[in-house]
Ligand binder design. Structure first.
Ligand code: ADP
Ligand code: MG
Ligand code: ZN
Length: 474
């Protein structure tokens, strides 16, 4: 029997206005190479100057993961030649990173928890992008020098499931802190997975294989499962030593396989040495005090929702996992509605209607509108069924809730006089059925309810209808 061992390196692109060591803007979807200068083009003589806001965001992350924030950290030079890195080295932090010894708690579906240790988070500069067009390769350096925080876990995860929970939790924290837009498709949150196997009970670490740049939670799961299978098969076939060696592999989502990309360099190949062009990075007391005051994190928000509104732990976890959802939910509650109703109308009714790449942020129905709609159910202006129709209408048409209710004629009939008249007419028109009902055919009650609802065009309050019919039919 084998045990799976996984450690993750996550590259988080920080949402600073300017690059790590120069004042070029960090928007890299512009025309290629416009956001560059002598520093990020690595022209001789240009010197780097550290962007202070990168340290501020590092303090926030370090605080959120309960880590040691090194008030003095240093930069190192990592040599490698690649067309998208004009200096032929990367500035990073090897020996004294800005953040060390953190941890993160993951939650399993059954309610149990596990702590994953985080070895370090260090600051480094991103590379540019190589663009391959047929036989021609081009280089765009707009991204060169963009600040990254690389967050490196200990090899503490034991399954693909644990790895995904860890990545989701880290993603959520980074979004709550608002230190990165963390968009996985656009490469602002890139995950490298290190995977090895070992016989159960063995304490030693076996050869790790690194799988790079996997851009969705689902692919992380898949890539690990496939790689684990490859390693186990090699072991069972007696070719583990030949086939499994330290290397970097690529996950191919179409072919559903991992494929060798390059042999993994040893640290010595990078010829690390202290970066001579930069001063030490110092976090002074004022910066530390200001930025260690971090906003409410997902777990804290979850616990607050449970204790404040008596929400189910599971609902609270769904609502708080993503910052946008949590904000939407809280804005709905501001309309003074019941939390349980808010959960249903947000996670079932609204999210069920978001189609074709639409997200909660681009939803045509905003939180205040949805909150008002729920309020109209709670104050009995409309029935829950009618509210679904109103929501359908609001998804397609620009309107406020009350305007839509009027327009669709769905206002609930709370006028008992009018309802009584309808019921009297139905009883008069169905004398035979009334006889049968009174003679013991109880099922016919549903018939009368149906007729009444129909005659009121669905606007009668079902509970009032029931009560009134019971009284009239005896
Ligand atoms: P490198 O930069 O060379 O990839 P790092 O130290 O930055 O090295 O990252 C190593 C990552 O690999 C860490 O997340 C660590 O937990 C993980 N790791 C180390 N050894 C193993 C192993 N045997 N199996 C799985 N993961 C491992
Ligand atoms: Mg690495
Ligand atoms: Zn620049």
């Amino acid at each position: 029997m084998f045990e799976v061992v996984i450690g993750l390196e996550v590259h988080v692109q920080l949402n600073t206005d300017t690059k790590l060591f120069c004042s070029c803007p960090t928007s890299f979807n512009d025309r290629p190479n416009v956001n560059t200068c002598p520093t990020c083009l690595a022209l001789p003589g240009a010197l780097p100057v550290l962007n202070k806001s990168v340290l501020e965001k590092s303090v926030m992350l370090g605080t959120a993961i309960g880590a040691t924030v090194n008030r003095t950290s240093f930069f190192d030079r990592k040599s490698y030649f690649y067309p998208d890195s004009p200096s032929a080295y990367q500035i990073t932090q090897l020996y004294t990173p800005v953040v060390e010894h953190g941890k993160l708690e993951i939650d399993f579906e059954d309610g149990s928890k596990k702590t994953i240790r985080i070895n370090r988070a260090h600051i480094e500069a991103d590379a540019g992008k190589n663009i391959h067009e047929g036989a021609v390769s081009k280089v765009d350096l707009n991204r060169a020098g963009t600040p990254l925080l690389e967050i490196v876990s200990e090899p503490d995860m034991r399954s693909a499931e644990e790895a995904v929970l860890y990545v989701k939790k880290l993603h959520s924290i980074v979004r709550y802190l608002d230190i990165s837009n963390a968009n996985m498709q656009e490469g602002s949150f890139r995950v490298d997975v290190n995977v090895s196997i070992r016989p159960k009970g063995d304490e030693k670490l076996y050869t790790r294989v690194e799988i790079k740049n996997i851009n969705s939670f689902r692919f992380i799961q898949k890539a690990i499962e496939i790689e684990v299978e490859r390693q186990i098969e090699a072991w069972e076939d007696g070719v583990y030593d030949e086939e499994i060696y330290q290397e970097t592999r690529l996950f191919d989502q179409n072919k559903q396989e991992t494929r060798s990309m390059r042999g993994k360099e040893e640290a010595a190949d990078y010829r690390y040495f202290p970066e001579p062009d930069l001063l030490k990075a110092v976090i002074d007391d004022e910066m530390f005090e200001t930025y260690s005051q971090i906003p409410e994190l997902p777990d804290e928000k979850k616990e607050r929702l449970v204790s404040e509104y008596g929400m189910r732990e599971y609902d609270a976890a769904v609502i708080t996992a993503e910052l946008e959802t949590a904000h939407f939910f809280e804005a709905m509650l501001a309309e003074g509605i019941n939390a349980k109703n808010a959960v249903t109308w947000l996670t079932v009714e609204l999210q069920g209607r978001l189609k074709g790449g639409m997200t909660i942020t681009s939803s045509p129905v905003d939180a205040k509108t949805l909150g008002t709609l729920v309020k109209r159910i709670e104050d009995k202006t409309i029935s829950g069924k009618a509210a679904k129709e109103v929501l359908d209408y609001l998804m397609e048409n620009e309107s406020d809730v009350d305007g839509a209710i009027d327009k669709l004629g769905l206002k609930q009939m709370n006028d008992t006089g009018a309802l009584e008249k309808i019921i009297d007419e139905i009883i008069a028109a169905n004398a035979d059925k009334v006889e049968e009902y009174r003679g013991g055919k109880d099922k016919l009650f549903g018939f009368f309810v149906g007729q009444t609802m129909k005659a009121s065009k669905g606007t009668a309050n079902p509970q009032t209808v029931n009560e009134m019919l019971k009284a009239k039919l005896g």
